[in-house]
Design a binder for this molecule. Sequence first.
Ligand SMILES: [Zn+2]
Length: 426
Amino acid sequence: MSVSAGCFSQAAIAQDWQQDKTYNITILHTNDNHGNFWQNGNGEIGMPARATLIKQIREDVEKAGGSVLLLSGGDINTGVPESDLQDAEPDFLGMNMIGYDAMAVGNHEFDNPLDVLAKQAGWAKFPFLAANIYKDGKRMFEPYKIFDKQGVKIAVIGLTTEDTAKIGNPEYISAVTFTDPKVEAKKVIEELKRDHNPDIIIAATHMGHYADGKHGSNAPGDVLLARYLNKGDLDMIVGGHSQEPVCMEGVNQYADFKPGDTCKPDVQNGTTIVQAHEWGKYVGRADYTFKNGEFTLKSYELIPVNLKKKVEVDGKKVRVFIQDEIVQDPDVLKALKPFKEKGQAALDIVIGHTNGELVGERSIVRNNQTNLGHMIAEAHRERAKADFAVMNSGGVRASIPAGDVSYKDVLTVQHSVTSYLRGYDR
Ligand SMILES: [Zn+2]
């Protein structure tokens, strides 16, 4: 279709799809990647396997005449040192290779200085979307993007939690404003309808899903967003931030979801809400049909990405794949390997030496003061030029043996990535 220049009224924005024809549209999604471009210590997750899975789905859907849209709920940054040390370059490279269409901006995208965020937006071959982030009175990112899938117009709006103002690094975000995403969404939807008349509207959000909208001390999330809007205005929310598999049972209750189980997304005020846990553990797959203006969810699943479970074999616990192993995509593997190696080398750099063991063992540190606890508290005191400092034992997560101390040792003690470095349990 072509709209001739000068025709901006809604009547001029004619539909491009055919009456009575059924279109198959598959929405794929992940969220809260947090630096997990590589598989973990147990051979789970990782972008090379994710790439194979998504490539296969795309081929299947397209062979059957359908279309795929791949979205991220944000928080690509922070959590795995190999990624953090390289400004998440491997993660954005991996997303490019996998073919992401758009991403919501997450609060952790503001962990780095704004020029790093700008650099990342430059690396990405897909837009960072956020309708409610402003700097100097202007939006920092595109509020939405419209995708044309066989003539079906899909608008994707980006929204970010207002909590970013509280939990982001104040050094970098003092000049950035996070407005109410619900209010902003309503405005943008009105604008979209007026100027573009999209057939489908999806919000890619980084706001969190809280069952029945009970958000506690967090900012309101996806449920209250859906309830705030006019019914029918928003077809789907692809979320992130709360790092949950959003799988419901009964009314407003989370199901006791385990990998491989069926997953029933939340529906609020006519809006389907999905979230794929975290770290690329799953790819969410929502198969829709579009016919005569109706967008209908036919099936939904959270597909595990090489997740394992522990089983007992000859009296010993071993980890086995929950589903058939997904072979890692060789091209993505090859492209990301140098980043893995470079990150690894940086982590192995010796940054200090200790004559004796620095004690951070959980069983000791949770009930007693230790030399490592004292040292960390003293370091914080000195850095902040404070009169005194308190170190909580939950932030002292491992011991450092006598001898050379590497950067990785420090991160293992201090960072929440301990579970990653050791391989995590569910
Ligand atoms: Zn977040």
